[in-house]
Unconditional design. Sequence first.
Length: 360
Amino acid sequence: MPISTTKKMLAVTVAAGVILALAGCGQAPTEKSGSAGDTPAASKYQTCIVSDMGGFDDKSFNQLSYEGAKKAADEIGVKLKEAQSNAETEYAPNVENMVSEGCNAIVTVGFALSAATVDAANANPDTDFILIDDAGGDKKPDNVKPLLYNTAEAAFMAGYLSAGYSKTGKVGTFGGMEFPTVTIFMDGFKQGVEYFNKENSKSVAVVGWDGKTGSFTGGFEANQDAKTVATNIIDQGVDVLFPVGGPIYQSGLQAIKDSGKDIALIGADADLFVTDPTTDDYVLTSVMKEMDTSTYEAVMAASKGKFSGEPYIGTLENKGVGIAPLHNFESKVDPALVKKVDEIKQGIIDGKITVKSYLD
């Protein structure tokens, strides 16, 4: 179990009605208010968290969510109760166990826990649930607050950057499983490459995702299957690789090392340069979800009687998503390209550049 202080994904159903409801969302979690009489005093507000199979030391979104919940619990003055899931069959029992432990707020990490979270929320209407990376379906109860992230926006920037950095004219991406919360990264990445091509009359190719079909490992574990997928993409001549799916980046990194080629890695969820020092010489940038911050804010708001089931959507504008600094690659990237990526960020925020995602 990590107690990291570093900063800053089996079922998912997003019905059309929910998507329409999300379109106007984007307020920070702390900006919603409820009845102060409906929740315990902050000093007695027991905060709990349940991981998916990635575990709290995945150096990715489980870890970031854990850090946000831990910070909130510390500030409230309670010991964070936690349940780490090692198999899909443990999701529902772990959530139910947190309820039985008297938790006032239960953070459930990842879309795979959506069904278990909704079931528990329906059975326990007085408990607050904070669901990360899923909207909770078309019948989401009011005591479930989804935390969602429009990572397509940040991935667009990373795609443009990767296309401009590439010397081979090929960049690659692959995912853990083909769910919207995974392909949203790949969609944005592909759109960014296409925008680069249009702006610069180039033809940089994206290997591993064509917008409809692509390469997936079948899970989110760093294993031989993930390494094989990464190797197959590398063998097609890419010099930038973007694995999307928690720990599978570790398999991508090993495939890069084994290839002996000069290939840059793009991180997902967290700034890999910070969370995993073994990536320092390989990571060009990372597409980040500020999950620690949004989790912390959602828990703190709930502890003060301001829980709201309205979804939070992280964007470039509200700083819920972004890309990491270039770190060791700063001297390897043309400053003009960096400046252009910054301009693209502002263009997305201003609405001058359209980035499509399932959250639209």
